[in-house]
Write a protein that binds this ligand. Structure first.
Ligand SMILES: NC(=O)C1=CN([C@@H]2O[C@H](COP(=O)(O)OP(=O)(O)OC[C@H]3O[C@@H](n4cnc5c(N)ncnc54)[C@H](O)[C@@H]3O)[C@@H](O)[C@H]2O)C=CC1
Ligand SMILES: O=C([O-])CC(=O)C(=O)O
Length: 267
């Protein structure tokens, strides 16, 4: 039985807890959320058969087998870095946070200090295995296109490009490097950052973001070419009802990764 502590308990976290409730090999003993969310999270988890403890930080004596982050960029700084330094292996979904200059190096240093590892989860995107294998032989180009319902871009600089509430047709709201995409669209930067880290890096991975009033899905497209040949991927992700900016596949990606740590065969 693997004992897990989870950081965050929002759309992804609760989805993961629901799917793990009946897994005899995995147990989420505790969730860590900010003080201000404690009451809401306790209410959310009240219906669970084995409700995890709700904490604000990892206790000094705690030694979970795994720490899984499903919380947000600040949680990496607050919880993941110190846990790595204490030797606790961490799984991370807020991969967009790693676009911040120096954070990858700090995570590597903390993991080295603790003699442990950090695993970046594919989340809402697929094909990361192929892309990172292709990198070994040499990649020439990677283009990522992210298409979401127009309203999913509210509260982003996309608001200055077009009238998102009254959009008639699909509109490109951003074209540039993954680094620039992460700076301007930090809450939508996870897929672009994951593709960059697996492939050509933040400066050479090209990103195009589209607001589409006719779309009800988060559509992720990747075109890559290199010494291996080429691949094109279209992933039409269904949004989670609890947070339409997040694709349901992200929840399944966390459950898969945790299962791979617990089960005899990993795939
Ligand atoms: N890699 C990928 O493909 C994807 C990654 N994500 C990322 O996953 C994260 C979670 O997404 P959702 O569950 O949809 O968000 P959400 O907003 O529904 O839930 C976030 C949860 O984290 C907690 N939280 C916030 N700041 C925290 C902190 N500093 N320490 C501990 N807990 C904290 C909140 O109280 C809440 O329980 C976000 O950072 C999002 O960007 C989301 C979708 C895809
Ligand atoms: O589709 C999703 O779940 C989220 C997404 O685009 C991102 O964070 O890059």
């Amino acid at each position: 039985m693997l004992h897990i502590t989870m950081i965050g308990s929002g759309a992804i976290g609760v989805g993961v807890l629901e799917l793990l409730e009946n897994d005899p090999q995995l147990c989420v003993d505790a969730v860590i959320v900010p003080e201000a969310s404690q009451e809401l999270v306790r209410q959310r988890l009240a219906g669970f058969r084995k409700a995890p403890a709700v904490l604000t930080a990892l206790p000094a004596e705690a030694r979970p087998d795994l720490l899984v982050e499903c919380a947000g960029h600040r949680a990496i700084e607050q919880h993941v870095l110190p846990a790595l330094a204490r030797g606790i292996p961490c799984l991370v979904v807020s991969v967009g946070a790693l676009s911040e200059p120096g954070l990858v190096e700090r995570l590597e240093a903390a993991a080295e200090l603790g003699g442990t590892r950090i695993e970046l989860l594919p989340g809402a995107i697929g094909g990361i295995d192929a892309l990172s294998a292709a990198k070994v032989g040499g990649l020439e180009s990677v283009l990522y296109t992210g298409r979401k319902p127009a309203r999913a871009w509210l509260g982003t600089p996309g608001e200055q490009v077009c009238d998102l509430e009254h959009l008639g047709e699909a509109t490109v709201i951003f074209e540039g490097s993954a680094r620039e995409a992460a700076r301007l669209y930090p809450k939508n930067a996870n897929v672009a950052a994951t593709l960059s880290l697996a492939g050509l890096g933040l400066d050479r991975t090209l990103v195009r973001l589209i607001a589409d009033p006719h779309s009800h899905e988060n559509v992720h497209q990747v075109e890559a070419s290199g010494a291996f040949g080429g691949f094109e991927l279209t992933l039409r992700g269904k949004p989670l009802a609890a947070n339409p900016k997040t694709s349901a596949l992200t929840v399944y990606s966390v459950v898969r990764a945790l299962g791979n740590h617990a089960h005899a065969i990993s795939i």
